[in-house]
Design a protein around this ligand. Structure first.
Ligand code: GDP
Length: 440
């Protein structure tokens, strides 16, 4: 997620994070670099300019240059502004109706159907919600079938009426069906087009007027950058929607849409999609996203995801182990196995402070873990709990046993060491140590 942007911001802020003296000149230089990084990430020109101006004002206002740790304060100002730009606090969705009706809008291919399924699954897992999915794309029978497949996969009922070509009538019938059958949330998936066109806008607007949903969400593919922002504007003009869903953040997105969209349409990003699987949905937290963009990781989301997938007791045990510096290769292995269930590897690694940066050049996918797993499987139980005993001859044996080279074994040991150090630091002392780590 946002690797390029993170990289460039990291480089831009590097001087300030270093130990050298900080002058007005290098603050100005840094901000120029920050602006360039934002522009490269496809952030709207005006927004990028305004952003660096605000950061500069705040820096001068807080007299950054005379503080003891000017670099850290600058990073904090940048982080806070980035958070503000993306919306400040997290925004929830309105589920107050009986049933609550959620209307999905967006272009074809943006990920509406997939997200409708993810949201239904997310709400269903909350136990108090019994969602109904509604297929309202009357032009593409395949789209209706796709929603049925999704519904079956997550065990949520799908309402459709293939012969009917009036989406307003279908939505109304679906809401009546929901009321009669105890569904307290209705998620309406609508037809999209490849580009904004009048017929589509009229259709979605008619549905919107007729059913008056509690929540109208605009789904947009984050890979489309500035286009995403323009499409958002067009939909917002017609629908005055309540929130944005940014999909495909697991891909190689530049980040422009995530950063610009809130200030352009003045509507919060509510959820993000981070993969094709039904579980790949996250509430959007501007501050956590800012942390990730600045390479500070997102431990809170990582733990939350772990808790969603696995039981809390396990998560606690792990936390304790890390605190006691007892995190060994067995734990690492079981983490890998669990992480694999959680979706995109690179995305998850990016949540560990520093790890995203460390692993940015490594192409992590499911196969990439095979080598690591093989290496760990070739270690003895003792070696797994106490990796420091792994000397040259042990490395040779492990390499041979796992079909890898000594270099690969070395690389894994090195990464494991760095990771353990970072984990300990995270446990040990909150923000201060994390900042210190960023300097290195
Ligand atoms: P719709 O036309 O707006 O309903 O879009 P779909 O839901 O059919 O999604 C279009 C394509 O994008 C499908 O191949 C989905 O699997 C894929 N997709 C949707 N959301 C995500 C996401 O968050 N990450 C990734 N990688 N792919 C996604």
């Amino acid at each position: 997620m946002f690797n390029n942007l993170s990289d460039k911001l990291d480089k831009a802020l590097h001087v300030l994070k270093g130990h050298g003296s900080i002058t007005e000149v290098n603050v100005a230089e840094t901000l120029k670099e920050v602006r360039r990084a934002l522009l490269d990430a496809d952030v709207n020109f005006k927004i990028a300019k305004q952003f660096t101006n605000t950061v500069k004002e705040k820096a001068l206002g807080q007299d950054v240059l005379t503080t003891l740790q000017p670099g850290q304060l600058m990073v904090k100002i940048v982080k806070d502004e980035l958070t503000q730009l993306m919306g400040g606090d997290a925004a929830g969705i309105n589920l107050s109706g009986t049933p609550s009706v959620i209307l999905m809008s967006g272009l074809q291919g943006s990920g509406k159907t997939t997200f409708s399924g993810k949201l239904a699954n997310y709400l269903k897992n909350k136990k108090t919600k019994k969602p109904l999915l509604v297929a309202c794309d009357v032009y593409r029978p395949a789209a209706i079938d796709q929603l049925h497949v999704v519904g079956e996969q997550i065990g949520v009922e799908v309402f459709s009426d293939k012969g009917n070509n009036d989406p307003v009538a279908i939505s109304q019938a679906a809401i009546a069906h929901a009321k009669a059958n105890g569904h307290n949330v209705v998620i309406i998936d609508t037809a999209g087009r490849l580009a904004v066109d009048e017929a589509m806008m009229t259709e979605i607007s008619n549905i919107h007027k007729a059913i008056q949903p509690q929540e109208t969400l605009f789904v947009v593919d984050s890979m489309t950058g500035q286009d995403a922002v323009n499409t958002a504007k067009a939909f917002n003009d017609v629908l005055n929607f309540d929130g944005v869903i940014l999909t495909k953040l697991d891909g190689d997105t530049r980040g422009g849409a995530a950063i610009s969209i809130k200030s352009v349409v003045n509507k919060p990003i509510k959820f993000i999609g981070t993969g094709e699987k039904m579980e790949a949905i996250d509430v959007f937290y501007p501050s956590r996203m800012a942390d990730r963009i600045l390479g500070m990781g997102d431990v809170v989301s990582l733990v939350e995801r772990a808790q969603e997938q696995f039981d809390e007791v396990e998560a606690r045990k792990l936390q304790k182990k890390i605190a006691k510096n007892q995190f060994g290769f067995d734990d690492f292995l079981s983490q890998i196995q669990q992480i694999k269930k959680m979706g995109n590897m690179k995305d998850l690694m990016g949540m560990i402070p520093g790890a995203g940066k460390m692993m940015k050049d490594i192409d992590i996918d499911d196969d990439a873990f095979k080598g690591i797993e093989a290496i760990i499987h070739s270690m003895t139980p003792k070696e797994r709990t106490n990796p420091s005993i792994i000397n040259a001859s042990r490395k040779k044996r492990i390499g041979k046993g796992s079909g890898t080279s000594v270099q690969e074994v070395n690389q894994l040991l090195k990464q494991f060491n760095q990771m353990s150090k970072m984990m300990k630091m995270m446990q040990g002392g909150g923000g201060k140590k994390m900042m210190q780590m960023m300097k290195n």
